[in-house]
Design a protein around this ligand. Structure first.
Ligand code: XIL
Length: 736
């Protein structure tokens, strides 16, 4: 027993000592470089766990707000030290150094200091009193002060390098000199800093440098430059930081990084207006954050001769002035160390390149123009959003069915499709383009708040309808034009087909597609049809043309054949190549949308037959140069339009001489009462449909003595490329 408890004790001891090693914080990791500080609020110094975290990680502290001019002297001569004392006492008790922040700032300064339009002298007296009071009160614990905060302008185009603050307007830059003098008088031992943000920007860093140099040359006691360090994952670059520090080093011996945080969005700087929205923190964003922390610490370490303290602006993300969604600190909202923490502590090198800065101009913010790092949306960088996928070629281009100027959806040469949807508040975004009926392509939210995704596999060549499901609702993709299908206007995407030339828009004579509105007595409605007339139509008033009545499928309408079907372009190209004799095509609505799937058996197309045969055909024959007899008429249709074609041609054998069923069923020889009623039967489908059915039907029709032709579209299913190709194959067989 004794031996066991002894070894247990040893184990325990070992465990404690190793956890002591483990518990070493950033301050220990950086003991040979510089102090590591943190800006704190009241909660941080009163909550036991947060106190412990501070003690473990940091050896310098700053009051986030509690030593600022207004909180400490809200009215002239009326001091309020309670909160500042609490933090100072915490530092005293724990041997942590305290940075003083800040003595003079245009923000968080009591209005009383300037509101009564004081003379310069009165203002300087007020300033002196304030500085005297606070600096002497904390002399024992505050080892340095940010004496003047943010006195340089953000306006890149401004001629005057100074911020046009009330103090500056009243005193010019003399107020800066005075503040430093008063501070030195109050505590000759404290290091005195000028503190500012966007301090690595090449323009602003020059301004800061020039001002500090001018002051120092005039004997103003400035010991150091505070680099606030409100950065983001896109910048500054190591070079920009290195350049700034190298410049500052020439005039000061001390550089403190005073307010370090790194946003995951595009904003940076110390402006008090900013976005709290952040971005969706994906693994890649976490990596970018860790990498940018790795970069900035790499530069700080390089300049350890002049950098003596690096302070994080807040303890954990839940404290951050930027809001937790900006994900800016090494500790998350639960004070758990992030990957960034490890990168800082272990002095790791960044894993990736710096993401690109936005190319877009800054969004105006707070009425300011031309500032540094103002609010911007993150730039969309496809390389970040779409990781390389094995086997997927990166030759994506916008789909030709897109709205003008829209970059997404995109397609690549292998038939993969890529989507991007802006729906920043959505919880789920899916594209209905499915692979094997497995519910489409699930998009994921990427770093800029947009939803992105690539199809799991290549898609069939040709045109596909699709829509988006966003949080359960059905929407079109705003990137594409709309195409009528599935009884609604849908989004569409085109995977360029290897044979796309036959429906391409080329420099050949073009026919017209015109809309006609005709009265239908049977339905008591004015109905619409589109009429394709070939290029030569109307040139010779006596020339008459045969007519193909061409039907769309279930869920489509009279726009489909000439829009996504390109029927007119197919005809123009065939005519230009001399492959067909010109004919007219009439496309009207087949009244199919009301048919529920299930109700198909009962669908007789009787009403439509009346509209087509008894109302539209007489209208067309009366208004166009048609061969107004059976031999000059064909009827064909795709899918349900094929069913309509079959029933109507069989019921009205006196009207049409040519029949075409495109993915729309088959005729059996016994369906046709009189062999002489039909001059040609065309049947087709995609190879992914029922090619055997077509082949068998065509064989038996031929065997029965019919002029029957079959066509199988290779590699396509029940979609428009099948039907475009079918029209191209059928057209030369008509009206012979
Ligand atoms: C911020 C504090 O974090 C906020 O709580 C407060 O509302 C506004 O000021 N530059 C500075 C800091 O010098 O004092 C600012 O702190 C952030 C920008």
């Amino acid at each position: 027993m004794k031996t066991i408890s002894k070894s247990l004790l040893t184990l325990l001891l070992l465990a404690t000592s190793s956890s002591a090693v483990w518990a070493q914080g950033l301050k220990d990791a950086y003991k040979d470089y510089f102090m590591i500080g943190v800006a704190v609020n009241q909660r941080n110094v009163t909550n036991a766990e947060q106190q412990a975290l501070i003690k473990r990680e940091f050896n310098s502290m700053t009051c986030e707000n509690d030593m600022k001019p207004e909180p400490t002297e809200p009215n002239e001569g009326q001091f309020n030290w309670e909160n500042a004392d609490r933090i100072a006492n915490f530092c005293r008790a724990n041997g942590i150094k305290l940075r003083g922040h800040c003595l003079m700032w245009h923000s968080q300064i009591g209005r009383w200091m300037t509101s009564d339009n004081p003379t310069k002298e009165v203002f300087y007296q007020r300033m002196k009193n304030h500085i005297q009071a606070i600096v002497s009160r904390y002399k024992d614990v505050v080892y340095c002060w940010d004496v003047v905060n943010e006195a340089m302008t953000d306006d890149k185009n401004a001629e005057d390098p100074y911020r046009q603050s009330v103090m500056y307007k009243l005193c010019g830059d003399e107020f800066i000199a005075k503040a430093f003098q008063f501070a030195r008088e109050a505590d000759p031992n404290a290091l005195l800093f000028y503190n500012d943000y966007n301090e690595c920007d090449p323009v602003k860093s020059k301004r800061i440098f020039n001002m500090v140099k001018k002051m120092k040359d005039a004997g103003v006691p400035i010991d150091g430059i505070g680099m606030q360090g409100h950065y983001n994952i896109y910048g500054p670059t190591e070079k920009e930081m290195d350049d700034a520090i190298t410049l500052y080093k020439t005039i000061v011996k001390h550089i403190h990084v005073t307010e370090l945080d790194i946003r995951v969005n595009e904003e940076m700087g110390g402006q008090l207006r900013f976005s709290r929205e952040g971005v969706n923190v994906t693994d890649s964003v976490k990596q970018h954050l860790a990498d940018q922390y790795a970069r900035v610490f790499n530069v700080f370490r390089k300049h350890k001769d002049v950098v003596d303290c690096v302070t994080f602006w807040n303890l954990g993300d839940r404290d951050s002035w930027l809001g937790a969604a900006n994900y800016p600190l090494p500790f998350d909202s639960e004070y758990k160390p992030k990957m960034a923490y490890e990168y800082i502590k272990d002095m790791k090198a960044p894993a990736w390149d710096l993401p690109k800065r936005p190319a877009r101009p800054a969004r105006p913010q707070g009425g300011r123009r031309g500032g540094f790092g103002q609010q911007q949306r993150p730039p969309f960088n496809p390389n970040l959003a779409f990781p390389e996928l094995p086997g997927v070629k990166e030759d994506f281009v916008p789909s030709e069915m897109n709205q003008p100027g829209q970059q997404y959806p995109q397609v690549n040469s292998q038939g993969y499709a890529r989507f991007r949807v802006e729906a920043p508040d959505a919880k789920e975004v899916t594209v209905s383009l499915g692979l094997g009926g497995r519910g489409g392509t699930k998009l994921h939210k990427t770093y800029d708040g947009s939803w992105v995704g690539t199809t799991e596999g290549p898609m069939d060549e040709g045109f596909h309808y699709y829509h988006l499901s966003i949080d359960g609702g059905t929407f079109n993709d705003p990137g594409t034009c709309n195409y009528y299908g599935s009884t609604r206007w849908e989004s569409g995407i085109e995977i360029p087909a290897h044979d796309k030339d036959f429906y391409a828009l080329k420099n050949v004579p073009h026919g017209n597609v015109q809309q006609v509105l005709f009265w239908s007595e049977s339905t008591k409605t004015c109905r619409r049809a589109f009429v394709y007339t070939p290029p030569s139509y109307g040139k010779n008033k006596k020339e008459k043309f045969p007519v193909l009545y061409l039907q769309h499928g279930w869920g489509e309408d009279e726009t489909a054949w000439s829009t996504q079907g390109h029927a007119n372009l197919i005809m123009d190209n065939l005519i230009a190549e001399g492959k067909i004799k010109p004919f007219i095509i009439v496309m009207t609505y087949g009244m199919t949308n009301n048919i529920q799937f299930g109700g198909l058996q009962q669908f007789t197309a009787k009403e439509f037959e009346t509209v087509l045969v008894d109302e539209l055909i007489p209208y067309i024959d009366a208004n166009f140069q048609t061969i107004a007899k059976k031999d000059g008429r064909a009827m064909a249709g795709l899918s349900m339009g094929g069913m309509e074609t079959k029933t109507i041609t069989l019921r009205r054998p006196e009207v049409f001489a040519y029949y075409g069923l495109l993915s729309g069923g088959q005729y059996a020889p016994e369906d046709i009462k009189d062999k002489n009623q039909v001059k040609m039967i065309f049947e087709s489908c995609g190879s992914k449909e029922n090619p055997e059915g077509i082949k068998n039907s065509v064989n038996s029709l031929k065997a029965a003595g019919f002029n029957a032709h079959g066509y199988i579209s290779e590699g396509t299913a029940h979609e428009f490329l099948t039907w475009r190709r079918s029209l191209k194959e059928m057209a030369p067989l008509l009206f012979k």
